[in-house]
Design a protein around this ligand. Structure first.
Ligand SMILES: [Zn+2]
Length: 413
């Protein structure tokens, strides 16, 4: 039997010499081992390379139609379009009141994109571009989050726009919501509206409302600490007198009455009594810096038919007399009141009020305080206190409303 087989399966990988049948010397065995080893390595490396690139070539190998149109269809079946920028949300914004759910994409939409055409175009994915036009230099309003931003906006000839939440009930009994509202840009929270809430008592609408907490609840105390810590102004309009007194004793930051007038001038619960006005100031220990921003609502200003520029000025004068001219501002309640004083029918009429106060002897510096600088000072103060408390590492309040059923009982460790 010859060792020179022609059969490939049995053909030796290495041509064997005449001594092949005999016991091979050790040197031959080691050469074969090296060659087998190299082949194995080449095979494994090849396997890895193919597996890595298979995804890239996946499906694109093989016969393709010669016709470019058909080839395109075939290619897109394997590798559909992923478009980087489609302005479909703009169609919703401009033609469907920004409500994408009104777009019936199953039918033909007035535009370039709908489901039948996406399928026809073999689209596998796309970016929905969110877009609104860039602001122009003619913009009138500018969001302001700090006293400095108010000044900057006014300096640019714009109207600074700030956000206030009227009524602690809108916090949903949660101090965490307060923090969220601050992040959204809200800079004051009126502790109550006409109803009591988890934090504090309201002064209601008519005299004689029965208190629920006799001022602040314990959660309300925590709320004020947290408002001070984050720099949210405490607004005491609408609160009961007891709430206001307790808040003034508690707060570390200046506070505001965003829209309240003087009870001594016109006796309604919504107005601020003199004993509380006397707690405002910076001239004695225990007093609190604040600004009472006078409300124009005729039922708060005077008896029916008597609300005028002059009677509104009477409120300003009286608050200035008790608390000081540095502690009065304007909080008209425009668009929130059913009627207006004579001579102060809308926002175009502020100059009439300033002229009236000039006639009464107010200086230009005092009036600049009334028109806005007193508020800016109070905002500055609240921002400063927040910074100080945060620098001290004051912890956020984790207190929760004790009537909540959706969270576990607090365990005091
Ligand atoms: Zn109000």
């Amino acid at each position: 039997m010859s060792t020179q087989h022609s059969n490939g399966e049995q053909a030796p990988l290495l041509r064997r010499g005449p001594t092949a049948n005999k016991e091979q010397p050790p040197v031959h065995r080691s050469v074969r081992a090296i060659i087998y080893g190299v082949l194995t390595v080449i095979f494994v490396v090849g396997l890895i390379v193919v597996s890595v690139f298979w995804e890239e070539v996946g499906g694109i190998v093989g016969e393709f139609p010669k016709d470019p149109e058909q080839a395109a269809r075939r290619l897109l079946k394997i590798a559909p379009i992923i478009d980087g920028h489609i302005d479909l949300p703009l169609v919703a914004r401009e033609e469907y009141a920004n409500n994408a759910s009104w777009l019936d994409l199953e039918k033909e939409v007035n535009g370039h994109v709908d489901i039948p055409r996406l399928k026809k175009g073999q689209v596998g994915g796309f970016f929905w571009s969110a877009y609104v036009a860039c602001p122009t230099d003619e913009a009138t309003f500018e969001l302001a989050l700090t006293s400095q931003q108010i000044k900057t906006a006014i300096g640019r000839g714009r109207i600074a726009s700030l956000l206030g939440i009227e009524g602690g009930h809108q916090l949903g009994n949660s101090i965490a919501v307060l923090r969220q509202l601050y992040l959204l840009g809200v800079r004051y929270v009126t502790l109550t509206h006409v109803c009591h809430n988890a934090f504090a008592d309201s002064n209601g609408v008519q005299p004689g409302i029965i208190p629920r907490w006799n001022g602040l609840s314990s959660l309300g105390v925590s709320l004020i600490h947290e408002m001070n810590r984050i720099g949210m102004l405490v607004d005491l309009s609408h609160t009961s007198d007891e709430t206001a007194r307790q808040a003034l004793k508690l707060t570390q930051a200046p506070v505001i009455w965003s829209h309240s007038s003087s009870r001594a001038v016109h006796d309604v619960p919504r107005n601020v009594p003199d004993d509380i006005l006397a707690m405002i100031g910076t001239d004695a220990p225990g007093k609190v810096d604040a600004v009472v921003m006078v409300n124009f609502n005729p039922p708060f200003v005077a008896n029916p038919g008597n609300a005028t520029v002059q009677t509104v000025a009477d409120h300003i004068d009286h608050i200035a007399e008790i608390a000081g001219k540095n502690h009065v501002g304007l909080g008209s309640d425009y668009d929130g009141i059913a009627e207006t004083p004579k001579g102060l029918e809308d926002v175009s009429k502020y100059p009439a009020l300033i002229a009236e106060l000039f006639r009464r002897g107010w200086t230009r510096f005092e009036l600049a305080g009334l028109t806005g600088r007193n508020l800016l000072r109070v905002m500055d103060g609240a921002e400063r206190v927040a910074q100080e408390l945060q620098d001290l590492g004051t912890e956020p309040s984790y207190d929760i409303y004790d009537k909540r059923k959706d969270v576990g009982t607090r365990i005091d460790l």
